[in-house]
Design a protein around this ligand. Structure first.
Ligand SMILES: NC(=O)C1=CN([C@@H]2O[C@H](COP(=O)(O)OP(=O)(O)OC[C@H]3O[C@@H](n4cnc5c(N)ncnc54)[C@H](OP(=O)(O)O)[C@@H]3O)[C@@H](O)[C@H]2O)C=CC1
Ligand SMILES: O=C(CO)COP(=O)(O)O
Length: 319
């Protein structure tokens, strides 16, 4: 059986697509939220307008996860460690599939390493790539990456988690998969800020391309395979997130560029990840000027016009 921890937009979308073809348990921490979802068969708080199919069960009891061999972890990146620590006993020995995108601010670790540290006898994996919760929930076609260092378990997960509208491609390169998903959000903030400030589409294309070069540099410094970054989890998600206003990271960037406020309750993974990735890049001595600038922008330590000046005044070099 499959279970999902976290009834946010993405956890709910995964429950919907899996629940159309089998049984899935969706766990949320808030009992009132669970009661509401059970009564209305909808998650009006996080993914309104998408009716739960028959196969979706909801629960606020972590014991409901005991029967599941595979648990998808769909909580925000900066909360992942706390959730795993709190429920490590229940999750021991299971296959734990991170569904979050980012780098932990305090440790500069990704989700797979956090799973390995907090639930050492679990098998970690990650699902990441271009796919908006709304699209998945509506049954629109999507393709993402499933990464698991254990190739046999990865193949079984690929079968178990692929659905009629969610096609999973498989890799054993968990480092590349999680870095692609984490860093594309940073680039989406940069692109949003650029568009919001009125710098134009050409500037966005330049940022996406140079941002992709940064993603490759860091990934390779950490031992990822270049082809993982050029796949769905890297290049694919970079395109989606940097070009669509459905993306919260993109919209957050737009608000920075326009000098407007942004609802702090909206999950924007790229904000903390920019700061974490900038720290990691410095420690690795990897050059990541766009990431550095996004880290300063989100901290309010740099204005968008000064950020542009800083990028344009860098020494000219070979591509
Ligand atoms: N939305 C999307 O299109 C996609 C999102 N993702 C990734 O999925 C991850 C989650 O994003 P998303 O679902 O959109 O975020 P949302 O903001 O929609 O939801 C986050 C959910 O996490 C829950 N949560 C937060 N902290 C805890 C905790 N300590 N214990 C239990 N539950 C907790 C929240 O519960 P509560 O409601 O009680 O606050 C909420 O239901 C992110 O890393 C994102 O990058 C990946 C692909 C697509
Ligand atoms: O990761 C996503 C799509 O692949 C969702 O992006 P946002 O978190 O920016 O909304």
């Amino acid at each position: 059986m499959i279970a999902i921890m976290g009834a946010g937009a993405f956890g709910t979308a995964l429950a919907l697509t899996l629940g159309r073809e089998g049984e899935v348990t969706l766990w949320a921490r808030d009992a009132d939220h669970v009661t509401e979802m059970a009564r209305t068969r909808e998650n009006a708080r996080r993914l309104p307008g998408a009716a739960f199919p028959y196969g979706v069960r909801v629960s606020e009891h972590v014991e409901a996860l005991r029967l599941a061999q595979t648990v998808l972890l769909a909580v925000p990146m900066q909360r992942l460690r706390a959730v795993l620590e709190e429920h490590a006993g229940t999750l021991a020995g299971k296959t734990l599939v991170a569904c979050c995108k980012g780098v932990e601010l305090d440790t500069q670790q990704g989700p797979v390493q956090i799973i390995a540290e907090t639930v050492p006898d679990a098998t970690p994996a990650i699902v990441t790539g271009p796919g908006f919760a709304n699209d998945i929930a509506r049954g629109l076609p999507t393709a993402m990456t499933l990464a698991c260092a254990d190739a046999l378990i990865g193949a079984a997960l690929q079968d178990a988690l692929s659905t009629g509208n969610l096609r999973l491609y498989r890799t054993t390169d968990t480092i590349g998969a999680e870095l692609g998903g984490a860093l594309k959000n940073v680039m989406a903030i940069a692109c949003g800020a650029t568009i919001g400030a009125g710098f134009g589409e050409s500037a966005r294309a330049a940022l996406m391309t140079r941002g992709y070069a940064e993603m490759q540099r860091m990934a390779q410094a950490l031992g990822a395979r270049p082809e993982t970054l050029s796949g769905l989890s890297g290049f694919g998600d970079l395109i989606l997130t940097c070009t669509s206003e459905q993306s919260r990271n993109m919209r957050f960037g737009l608000s920075i560029g326009r000098g407007e406020g942004f609802d702090p309750n909206i999950t924007v993974e790229g904000a903390a990840t920019a700061r974490a990735a900038a720290l990691r890049a410095r420690a690795l001595q990897v050059e990541m000027p766009i990431t550095e600038i996004v880290a300063l922008l989100v901290a309010g330590e740099l204005r968008v016009d000064a950020a542009l000046d800083r990028l344009l005044s860098r020494p000219l070099k070979e591509e």
